[in-house]
Design a protein around this ligand. Structure first.
Ligand code: FUB
Length: 319
């Protein structure tokens, strides 16, 4: 009798969790995911995610590929599988860190940082590549057959992992901008083909900048949101131009639960604004076994972002 009661309670709990109209954070629970980037395409939300594969007890990132998930209600997420791998770039070693996929003229461009093999173009260190596909989920191929940004192209900081975490924004006039960096934030204009630089690389002055920039525009204001300090918070700055100068506006989140890193992605969907980030909340989770989460983000009437509370309930299903 007792066993039957326990079975019924378990079954009901699973049923209610599955039917819940809230996301529950983390939103992906069957693998470890990090570094969210989000793209809304034809009324569906596509989440491009890093994949943490470090075994329990391993104190370094083990990341070989990137996953795609989709949702139309922000609660139920469908895995499209590993849609891109560091192996898809002949010049890359490993270390599939944080990327972002954007759409332009019928194609999807996925900008990703990886370690560069030592060869005639680079002496190693992190580099940024771009993969292209006519489909949101691939197959993706290396768009240029070499890195778009190498460690040698940025000389203001010398550490080997300063060229990571690309974010790409296409302005209303069609000009595309690539921002990226660790410790030093940089940007460069991209040509309309999305695979060539269109000018010099510039260094951006930003308070507390650590890594993980996310650039977007709301009304006439440009927002540059990023991981700040270490352990990381999410801070942001605004400007009336996509190239700055940037005015520091403050803190969006505190540090993440059980993770020294946190990584922002922000979208609007069906009238609400959302912040994606990661924490280490899954069982056996931590710094190198992270999980993507999702919470509402609110603006004041003057456009400033209110501080986001990281919840376990997440957000409600979009009707
Ligand atoms: O996932 C590896 C690195 O950790 C990312 O590139 C950073 O943003 C941090 O999340």
């Amino acid at each position: 009798m007792k066993l039957i009661r326990i079975f019924v309670i378990c079954a009901l709990t699973i049923f209610f969790i599955k039917c819940s109209s809230f996301t529950r954070n983390p939103i992906i629970t069957d693998i470890f995911t990090a570094d969210p980037a989000v793209l809304v395409y034809q009324d569906t939300v596509f989440l491009y995610a890093g994949h943490d594969e470090a075994p329990v007890g391993t104190a370094e990132y083990v990341m070989h590929d990137w996953y795609v998930f989709s949702s139309t209600d922000m609660v139920h997420w469908t895995s499209k599988g590993a849609c891109l791998s560091a192996k898809d770039f002949s010049w890359a070693g490993d270390h599939a860190y944080a990327g972002q996929c954007v759409y332009r003229d019928g194609k999807f461009y996925w900008y990703v940082p990886m370690g560069h093999k030592k060869d005639s173009l680079s002496n190693g260190g992190f580099a940024i590549g771009v993969a292209v596909s006519t489909s949101l989920t691939g197959p993706f191929t290396d768009a240029i057959g070499k890195a778009l940004i190498t460690n040698e192209m940025t000389t203001d900081k010398t550490h080997s992992w300063d060229d990571i975490d690309p974010t790409v924004f296409i302005d209303d006039d069609g000009q595309a901008y690539l921002y990226w960096g660790n410790k030093s934030c940089r940007y460069v204009k991209l040509k309309s083909n999305m695979i060539e630089l269109d000018g010099p690389i510039s260094v951006v002055t930003l308070d507390n900048f650590e890594e993980a920039p996310w650039l977007y525009k709301r009304n006439d204001t440009y927002y540059l949101v990023y991981a700040a300090l270490f352990p990381e918070y999410i801070d942001y700055a605004t400007s009336n131009s996509p190239t700055g100068p940037w005015t520091y506006r403050g803190r969006i989140t505190d540090t993440a639960y059980n993770s020294t890193t946190i990584h922002p992605a922000i979208i609007d969907y069906h009238g609400d604004s959302y912040l994606f980030y990661h924490n280490g909340a899954l069982p056996t989770g931590g710094d190198y076994r992270r999980s993507i989460c999702l919470d509402y983000l609110y603006y004041d009437s003057n456009g400033t972002i209110k501080k986001v509370t990281q919840t376990t309930n997440g957000v409600k299903a979009v009707k």
